[in-house]
Design a protein around this ligand. Sequence first.
Ligand code: PMP
Length: 367
Amino acid sequence: IKQARLGVQGLAPYQPGKPVDELQRELGLTRVVKLASNENPLGPSPKALAALQLALANPLELGRYPDGSGFRLKQAIANKFGCALEAITLGNGSNDLLDIIARVFLGEGDEAIYSQYAFAVYPLSVQAVGATGVCVPARDYGHDLVAMAEAITTKTKVIFLANPNNPTGTWFSEADFHALMTRVPAHVIVVLDEAYGEFVSDASALNGLAQLGRYANLIVTRTLAKAYGLASLRVGYGVASAELSGLLNRVRQPFNVNSLALIAAEAAITDEAFVQQTRALNDAGMSQWLAATQALGLSCLPSRGNFLCVDMAAEAMPIFQALLREGVIVRPVGAYGLPNHLRISIGTEEENSFAINALARVLNQQV
Ligand code: PMP
């Protein structure tokens, strides 16, 4: 272990859950509903599925390396948002982009700022390159952008923001974002992680891509894993100035996005009807869960994502375990410093009902 860099020695490995079919067999369950990873309950965009089927009909291509520049996907993204190809960096999921950003801008002696309860990959990426993470206390479980501005020092190189944030679902306003940006020195990179951006239906909400012309130090990251339903294929993208994107692309592994992921993402990104359907399902499911948790006497953090962080008003781990035995997988968030909360992803109406009934049984057993 001593051979590993200090930052790596201090990392706790990611603890993946068991495969669903394995768990189902182990617990002798007839059905398992997984509401644990903020995936799209509709699966992939049908346009993506059709493109994948077409690709599999020409399997020889799969023996070749992918297009290392991701030209066609970048073109589709550029067309959709009216940005230049040079502004885009593709990632093996948006997690890959967070890692690339850390590798480009951070090293030993540098500081990166993020919020308490923010997405767990920020500290991982920061520590892995030997930099120091500065975790700023949250305000009402969300990012305290004023406190984050105050945490900037001469060592600060990167600020990570998640809007909406995972696991809390909290968000910040465009005005608060501008107030922060006016206090950030031009050489400090601001990463605006919009993994859940497509779920925000409010037209007045902050849209990172619309801010790129205004802030040369801004990188917006997005993913195909959530609203587009391509979590298993691993595709995300970053948009920034051509200069910043050029830096990210220097470090990016040339074949970081595989051919099937490129093909599926190119088709999915144009499938606005699917995103609308996803958003409508999410809005309805969110109302279903809010009503159900209220009826069970539980409160939730307000969320604009495709998940809810529910306060179980007790230690959440035993409730998580009891739900597992009922065939419902949710996400305990004790590792985030939220030992009494469970993060529950919004499913289909039927999956939600299954999980709500299980939760009601579990809670009654405990009362
Ligand atoms: N950012 C946030 C806030 C997330 O919740 C996630 C997914 N859990 C990601 C980034 C990364 O998503 P992916 O790598 O699947 O694109």
